[in-house]
Design a protein around this ligand. Structure first.
Ligand code: NIG
Ligand code: FE
Length: 408
């Protein structure tokens, strides 16, 4: 395993309660896959045979973390994109049997190899911009075999590429057509068979549910969480995306890692997120694509110091987005996040949303050496530019994943 000393580097450590935690003229030693030392350049330790990288003042950050994606699926929904441009809403398309269910049909028909091949360019797009951890949800299988198929593909992506994949079971994403009119029976199936089987195969790091008028009720979501927590699994939820059903408060009160979307969350309910240390995951890609106008309760989130994460929500319907840098820009422009909040959203707060903040998400001694060197000298440039990829080099767990831009 390489020992590497970065010198003459600007480090956004993300190790404080706000801001970048910026260290200029810094140095950083990576050893045994971890961050072994960091400090001022003039204090750098004797490093023997370590490789020394002169970063020429460029910016180094933690590896980016995409804490909410539906990266594994088959087909596309470009036809629905056109329908929405002609006036149909996301909910109307879903009620007509399109939406998530059309991706379920395509995903059920695809083999593991086909799903892997179709997910690959999407994963590569994330990796090219310095993503070192990605969460991938099931939810387009909606029966045991097909949910397990999706999660195996997610696992395979993580074992064949230098990226950590967190697998989330989202069996309660939509009601499959064979259960039409019997949603309670479907939830029973999720709890009694689908989740336990996927968990027994070691495929579940967390359990998600979609609580919404076009998906499942608060009571049904609660039932799935009961089952997840009985298995000792962390929970998170798609809530308050199109309307306020009380899902975020319910999830937070059960200690959910995160509540995601939350445009329709009432400001008065934000205190319960703070109380239970639940992360607010904002998904500006879906907000943008669905031309949503209802903003998440940002003032209340800030007032209560709820950690805000950002993610791609990469999926074929509401967010065909595989660029976290673009998501950072959208969060600033659409939600008026500061560039510092945006970078926190794809590093330390995304790590919190996955329950991994003791291992990754910031540059601190003892944490895993997931780091990105950028061809920029200050962090606001990451959120500001659209369409340029300034990623110069990426290290994952102390090993180089790409280093072509080191000498630039
Ligand atoms: O996060 N809201 C529910 N699930 C996804 C969309 C899935 C789809 O439309 O295929 C989301 O927006
Ligand atoms: Fe989603």
């Amino acid at each position: 395993m390489p020992r590497t000393l970065f010198i003459n580097v600007t480090i956004a450590c993300l190790d404080s309660e706000s801001g970048y935690g910026l260290r200029e003229h810094g140095a950083l030693l990576v050893e045994a896959g971890k961050i072994a030392w960091l400090g001022a350049m003039q204090d750098q330790p004797a490093v023997g045979d370590a490789e020394v990288i002169d970063c020429a003042g460029r910016l180094l950050t933690p590896g980016l973390i995409d804490c909410h994606s539906h990266l594994v699926y088959a087909g596309d929904r470009a036809d629905e994109f056109e329908m929405r441009l002609e006036g149909a809403s996301y909910a109307e398309i879903a009620q007509r049997g399109g939406g998530i269910i059309s991706t379920v049909t395509a995903t059920r028909a695809a083999s593991e190899a086909e799903l892997f091949a179709q997910a690959l360019p999407r994963l590569n797009s994330l990796l090219a911009e310095g993503v070192t951890t990605v969460e991938i949800k099931s939810g387009y299988g909606l029966d045991s075999d097909n949910e397990i198929k999706m999660l195996r593909v997610a696992r395979q992506l993580g074992s064949e590429f230098q990226v950590r994949v967190q697998k989330t079971f989202l069996g309660a994403h939509a009601l499959p057509p064979e259960f039409a009119g019997r949603s309670d029976d479907y939830i029973e199936r999720v709890c009694a068979e689908m989740l336990p089987r996927a968990h027994a195969e070691g495929l579940v790091d967390a359990v998600d549910v979609f609580i919404e008028s076009i998906a499942f009720s608060l009571a049904q979501g609660t039932k799935v969480f009961d089952c997840a927590q009985a298995l000792g699994l962390p929970i998170k939820a798609h809530v308050e995306q199109l309307s306020d059903l009380g899902g975020a408060v319910m999830a937070a009160s059960r200690g959910a890692l995160s509540v995601d979307h939350i445009e329709y969350l009432a400001a008065a309910d934000v205190a319960s997120l703070a109380q239970h240390e639940t992360v607010a995951v904002l998904l500006p890609g879906a907000f943008y694509v669905l031309r949503e106008t209802q903003l998440p309760p940002l003032a209340a989130l800030r007032e209560h110091q709820v950690p805000m994460a950002l993610a791609s929500d990469a999926n074929p319907g509401s967010s065909p987005v595989t660029s976290l840098l673009l998501v950072m820009n959208m969060a600033c422009t659409l939600f008026r996040l500061t560039p510092a909040e945006a970078l926190r959203g794809v590093t330390i707060n995304a790590a919190r949303a996955l329950g991994l903040a003791t291992e990754i998400g910031s540059i601190e001694v003892g944490k895993q050496a997931d780091i990105v060197l950028w061809n920029v000298v200050k962090p606001s440039l990451l959120s500001y530019q659209i369409g340029i990829n300034p990623c110069a080099a990426v290290m994952q767990a102390g090993n180089w994943r790409s280093r072509t831009g080191l000498s630039a």
